[in-house]
Design a protein around this ligand. Structure first.
Ligand SMILES: [Zn+2]
Length: 566
């Protein structure tokens, strides 16, 4: 298959609803487990084709949000997707009502039925219009970001393309470009603030209609969190506060020394070494070729996999105008292949994003033949283990991209990843506050953000940046708008990924096999059971965050940073 040749197919909701109606009648008639199993296979095939059409539209739209055809197609998808959920929930209800449910459970595993029950708890007809409204708001937000244009030195850039300047060795460049980005968000503050307020209102309304006391519990259901709740998350954040914030402070102080700045401001902290951050000096074609070489050296299965991704045009890595910022992996289940989306900008981030998304994609590929499609991938916090561990498991080949700067890259990658954990916790605590206090104003929300920022990132300073200083940094964080509560997941996964790093430095082969085993398990189990099956420490258990991070402090000390800084 070749992605570029797949035609755009816009789903027709009337046809879809009719098809589901026929399925529903068939399910109602089925009076034994065997018949239901046959119907489940049939509907799986239908839903796989449908989700592939939808994902293809999503991919094309996010690559070019200015293309009218894709935009219209995406609008259609946003409008019809709650209606599709409605249809599939009717089928699920029917399956759950069968008197021979136990027999089905034996065949498909108990977890599928837990997932079914979870989907019913997170959907009802009465929230369809709210879901459509929510999707529209997400789109409005994406368009503002997708169409971001900033003029710097007479050239036009999207926000994503400015990444390389904010880590410049020239302090003035970092300052100027950060100023331009701040101005973009200041100019859009009113609009983004309003979009978010409306999102909070509609999300809270849905939760209340479904009988939840706030959107928080509803969001946990939507994220498929079946084996932990907000109390567990709160307790986990406590662990992060006690363990990681002190390390963050030490690392920032060391960074300030390395870049020789006494009172570093936020825009200084993108630079790790006074002679410049390590960067791959390649264009995207060269970078992809090197990644191909690396994945062939890594293992037979990764080599074949990456080559297939290249040959089938399943990689969109370049930052172009109209492209949505960020990176993601999605799948086209009709062809049993993943797709990788990124925005390269000439920084080390390009390599990190590539290896990260390849981790997601490789996992999907490993699990693509699991019989139950609901088990292809686990919940998000477990998915991020695949990606974040892949970032570390590729360390032995970083010289391909960074040459003599490979050690610099590893130091920066690791130090940066630790310093980022408090930010993840901040985003999470902020969102809990927002949805538990829905009636406050945009300004009050910002004030709370600044308060929490001082708790989690005590060394983040905004001198000369009055707008950010009011607590508006969160406007830059896509997830807060589009994927509520999906952020602490990264930190959970990061902590687990550290175990992969620690173990791989002792025994690469054994660790690689452990990783592939985890990938192949897909989403057969909930998060904590997956960890148990894969012999990984559970970050929810007190003390485990410390156990995984402690060896890294030693590891960071082993880097000869003075030498790397010369
Ligand atoms: Zn990811």
């Amino acid at each position: 298959m070749n992605f570029n040749e797949i035609p755009l197919h816009i789903p027709n909701i009337e046809k879809i609803q009719k098809r589901y109606q026929v399925f529903l009648e068939e399910f109602k008639k089925a009076d034994n487990a065997k018949d239901v199993e046959k119907l489940i296979s049939k509907i799986n095939k239908f839903e796989s084709d449908l989700s592939s059409d939808i994902n293809i539209i999503y991919i094309r739209y996010t690559i070019d949000t200015t293309n009218q055809e894709y935009k219209t197609a995406m609008q259609t998808v946003n409008e019809i997707s709650p209606l599709i959920t409605e249809c599939s929930c009717e089928i699920i209800k029917e399956i759950l009502n069968k008197p021979f449910k136990d027999e089905l459970e034996k065949k498909y595993g108990k977890f599928l039925f837990q997932k079914y029950e979870n989907s019913l708890l997170s959907f009802d007809k009465k929230i369809i219009n709210d879901l459509i409204e929510e999707n529209k708001l997400v789109n409005q937000h994406d368009e503002i970001l997708g169409n971001s244009k900033v003029i710097y030195k007479d050239k036009e850039y999207s926000i994503a393309q400015l990444g390389k300047f904010i880590e410049s060795t020239d302090r003035n460049t970092r300052y100027e470009v950060s100023k331009l980005i701040e101005k973009f968000f200041k100019d859009n503050n009113k609009q983004l603030g309003e979009i978010y307020s409306n999102m909070v209102i509609v999300r809270d309304r849905m939760a209340k209609k479904l009988g939840y006391s706030s959107y928080v519990d509803f969001a946990y259901k939507l994220l498929g969190r079946t084996d932990y709740n907000k109390e567990d998350i709160k307790n986990y954040r406590e662990q992060l506060y006690k363990t990681v914030v002190p390390i963050y402070k030490k690392l920032i102080k060391q960074q300030a020394k390395l870049i020789e700045i006494k009172n570093p401001q936020f825009y200084d902290l993108n630079l790790y070494f006074k002679n410049g951050n390590p960067a791959p000096h390649d264009n995207i074609i060269e970078l992809t070729k090197k990644a191909n070489k690396m994945y062939h050296l890594m293992s037979k299965e990764t080599g074949e996999f990456f080559e297939m991704m290249m040959d089938s045009n399943l990689l969109s890595l370049e930052a172009t105008k109209g492209k949505l910022p960020g990176g993601y992996m999605t799948s086209i289940s009709k062809y049993k292949v993943p797709f990788i989306f990124a925005n390269s900008n000439g920084t080390s981030q390009d390599v990190e994003t590539l290896t990260h998304e390849v981790g997601h994609a490789f996992q999907y590929y490993c699990a693509r033949n699991i019989k139950v499609p609901e088990y292809f991938s686990p919940t998000l916090e477990a998915c991020e283990i695949h990606s974040m561990s892949m970032e570390f498991l590729t360390w032995p080949w970083m010289d391909l991209f960074f040459g003599d700067d490979a050690e610099k890259f590893k130091y920066q990658h690791l130090a940066n990843s630790i310093c980022f954990i408090p930010y993840m916790a901040l985003v999470d605590e902020f969102q809990h506050f927002v949805y538990e206090n829905v009636n406050i104003t945009h300004e009050e929300r910002c004030a709370k953000w600044r308060e929490l920022e001082k708790k989690w990132l005590p060394l983040k300073k905004y001198s000369g940046f009055n707008f950010y200083n009011k607590g508006t940094w969160w406007l830059k964080q896509n997830h807060i708008f589009s994927s509520p509560f999906y952020y602490i997941d990264y930190s959970l996964a990061q902590v687990v990924a550290y175990q992969f790093l620690n173990e791989s430095l002792k025994n690469r082969e054994r660790t690689w096999n452990k990783y592939v085993k985890l990938c192949k398990l897909g989403g057969k189990y909930p998060f904590q059971t997956l960890l148990e099956k894969a012999h990984l420490r559970n970050p929810f258990i007190d003390g485990n965050v410390k156990k995984n991070i402690r060896p890294l402090i030693k590891l960071l000390k082993e880097f000869d940073v003075e030498k790397l800084n010369k």
